[in-house]
Ligand binder design. Structure first.
Ligand code: FCB
Length: 447
């Protein structure tokens, strides 16, 4: 096990999840439908026709799941609040039972000594708001701010770590340009508008948090992945550059540097109004970084934006889900993000996915995940040694869960979930992570 001596004394080890991926109870206690409920019902969208209706039944089993976190020894748990559980119609009447669920969850976390990190939006927009245009409508930024005000008022006495959006570039590109995620739109103008309106929502939500939660610590969560042309031709290189602007910088740059990347600024210009950039670029406390792998792309004249995903070069090692394994790209990404945005970084997602199954004795010896996590945490520590101010690391994910368009086939959990019985079984990697955290604490205590 590697030395942990270059970590800060307050370094946070955590795990991450998201509401639609684990909660289930989709029709219970007054929760309204989200765009993912609708999308999952459309034929052919999700592997095996799966949905998050039941997922990990975390809504009922959260206490057991907090027990699993305690066994890992994590100091923090990043979860998301389902907007349609708080506001079934997206606006207006608050669902008291939905608020009560998160009250129970937060109180139980605090009792267990685990800090709640609350993400306000992990992709489950209330369907009622999508019916009014969703993120394509400029009004969605203020609908979001109104929802944030309720969450801040109800939970801000106990929760201090808030993030606005999880991976805005993923849900806007896949949801509004490529039609691969909810709401399943493939329209260039819808995509551009959604980008700008989510950025406005970030700024508006952030202002609400800042003014209503004493001692709040706020960030946004960005996926950041080096984009490479595959194969490496001049056309593909140009496509990779444009992809990088949409994928890595369309949100981080305006939110933190007050400008859109030059290659997409003109396209977004028609949807901007005077004062927008000042409203988007607000002071944040940290950069939430999600990273799994580099990404490969190619020019594609038939694609809406002129590029599409490409296969990684065949010689690269891959995870079970097929994502290239390259810890060095993680180290470089951390250094680059630290230099470019000059903020403390929390790695809020990193992990290994694959279609693994228990062996004959019911155990899951996920050695490939352990190898991946080991290499990636070492790469993180190398970035810290090189000067990146990384203050925390959260594994995606605590549990196997509903992996969006992959349904339940691909598993990212440290803990295996048998969906038929809802039985949880910690995998070998859960033991590895618990030992890693304990060793890191011990080193700090002795150093
Ligand atoms: C990220 C998402 C998360 C999960 C992981 C594997 O893009 O934020 O919900 O699906 O990928």
């Amino acid at each position: 096990m590697s030395t942990s001596s270059n970590l800060r004394a307050d370094f946070v080890w955590g795990v991450s999840t998201a509401s639609y991926q684990i909660e289930g109870a989709a029709q219970e206690d007054g929760r309204g439908p989200s765009i993912w409920d609708r999308y999952c019902r459309q034929m052919g969208r999700i592997a095996n026709g799966d949905s998050g209706d039941v997922a990990c039944d975390h809504y009922h089993r959260y206490a057991e799941d907090i027990g699993l976190m305690r066994a890992l020894g994590v100091g923090a748990y990043r979860f998301s609040v389902a907007w349609p559980r708080i506001l079934p119609a997206g606006r207006g009447v608050v669902n008291v039972a939905g608020v009560a669920f998160y009250d129970r969850l937060i109180d139980a976390l605090l009792t267990a000594g685990i800090e709640p990190w609350l993400c306000l939006y992990h992709w489950d927009l209330p369907q009622a708001l999508d019916d009014r245009g969703g993120w394509v409508s400029r009004d969605c930024a203020s609908w979001f701010a109104d929802y944030v005000a309720i969450v801040a008022r109800r939970f801000g006495d106990r929760v201090k770590r808030f993030s606005t959006f999880n991976e805005p570039s993923v849900f806007t590109l896949l949801g509004y340009a490529l039609g691969l995620h909810a709401p399943g739109v493939a329209d260039r103008i819808a995509h551009l508008r959604a980008i700008h309106h989510v950025n406005l929502g970030h700024g508006a939500g952030l202002d609400v948090l800042r003014s209503s939660v004493p001692g709040v610590s706020i960030g946004a969560i960005h996926n950041y992945q080096p984009c490479h042309p595959s194969p490496d031709t001049p056309q593909n290189a140009a496509a990779a550059e444009l992809f990088d602007a949409y994928w890595n910088r369309a949100f981080a740059d305006p939110q933190l540097l007050a400008s859109y990347p030059p290659s997409i600024a003109d396209a977004i210009e028609p949807y901007q109004q005077a004062g927008d950039m000042a409203a988007i670029c607000r002071s944040v406390d940290w950069f939430g970084l999600n990273h799994y792998s580099p990404i490969y792309c190619k020019a594609d004249a038939r694609a809406l934006l002129g590029f599409s995903f490409a296969d990684p070069p065949a010689h690269l090692d891959r995870t079970g889900i097929g994502w290239p394994i390259n810890p060095d790209a993680f180290r470089e990404t951390l250094t680059m993000v630290a230099d470019r945005y000059r903020l403390p970084i929390y790695v809020l997602e990193n992990g290994y996915g694959g279609p693994e199954q228990p062996d004959a004795s019911g155990q899951i010896e996920d050695l490939a995940r352990i190898e991946y996590l080991n290499a990636y945490t070492e790469a993180m520590q190398a970035a810290i040694s090189a000067g990146a101010d990384v203050r925390g690391y959260f594994v995606w994910s605590l549990l196997d869960n509903f992996e969006w368009a992959y349904g339940y086939v691909q598993r990212f959990g440290l803990v295996h979930v048998d969906y038929a019985s809802q039985r949880r079984t910690p995998k070998a990697s859960a033991g590895w992570y618990a030992r890693k955290i304990a060793a890191s604490r011990q080193l700090l205590a002795s150093g």
